[in-house]
Design a protein around this ligand. Structure first.
Ligand SMILES: Cc1cc2nc3c(=O)[nH]c(=O)nc-3n(C[C@H](O)[C@H](O)[C@H](O)COP(=O)(O)O)c2cc1C
Length: 201
């Protein structure tokens, strides 16, 4: 697989540095056990009042090809170009209300669903898989197609699959993007020390 570990100033866990959003997947199926393992990892995220506001819809091409296709059809053209080989798609949603406190808004729902998502991404890396989150899809179409109640926010779709072994068989922009360096702004522009805007060092 193509490795693009994060270039960090201090060593961080391999799972975190090793995760990256690649776009070149093998078409191989992902075992049901691996899919369920990723979902289980997501489900063990912390959440406000332990309300577990995440909802994940999973589409496995080798389990229900028709449903996978319907999910794929919701993606923007630019994403469809490369997602086409990914055997598993997911949609992450969050509850806008607390399930155990009817009518009370949960303003941490998206936060908690994000944490559950990251668990899933990291578990996938541990299983030798690659994931890629996407905002580029038609939310209204996904809501309508899969009858997702208004109460739930539609967050990211995620493509999952086995990464290709190398970039040798890729061409043009696809190859360029797959080999492009991963970048981040300097840590101190986002992480502050004691007061707002003072970079931590
Ligand atoms: C919520 C979210 C939406 C994203 N949407 C897209 C997308 O629609 N298409 C795409 O190619 N990448 C998408 N990305 C991937 C980001 O571009 C990628 O995470 C970022 O460039 C950092 O790269 P890395 O994940 O390899 O570290 C998205 C990522 C997140 C978290």
């Amino acid at each position: 697989m193509i490795k693009k570990p994060a270039k960090t100033s201090l060593p961080i866990h391999d799972l975190i540095s090793g995760r990256w959003s690649g776009r070149a997947f093998k078409t191989d199926a992902i075992s049901r056990e691996k899919i369920l393992t990723m979902v289980e990892a997501a489900h063990w995220a912390p959440s406000c009042f332990n309300d577990q506001p995440w909802r994940f819809l999973v589409w496995d091409k080798n389990h229900d090809a028709d449903a996978w296709q319907k999910a794929f059809d919701c993606l923007d053209d630019g994403n469809q170009e490369w997602v086409v080989d990914a055997p598993v798609l997911l949609l992450v949603c969050s509850d806008t209300e607390f399930s155990k406190r009817p009518g009370r808004a949960n303003r941490w729902g998206q936060h908690d669903a994000g944490m559950a998502s990251q668990n899933l991404h990291l578990q996938a890396v541990a299983l030798g898989l690659m994931t890629h989150p996407m905002a580029g899809y038609d939310k209204a179409r996904a809501r309508e197609t899969f009858k997702i109640p208004e109460r739930y926010d539609l967050l990211a779709m995620i493509a999952v699959g086995k990464p290709v072994d190398s970039a040798d068989d890729l061409e043009g922009r696809r190859k360029e993007r797959e080999l492009a360096e991963r970048i981040r702004e300097p840590v101190g522009t986002r992480m502050f020390d004691s007061r707002w805007d003072k970079p931590i060092t």
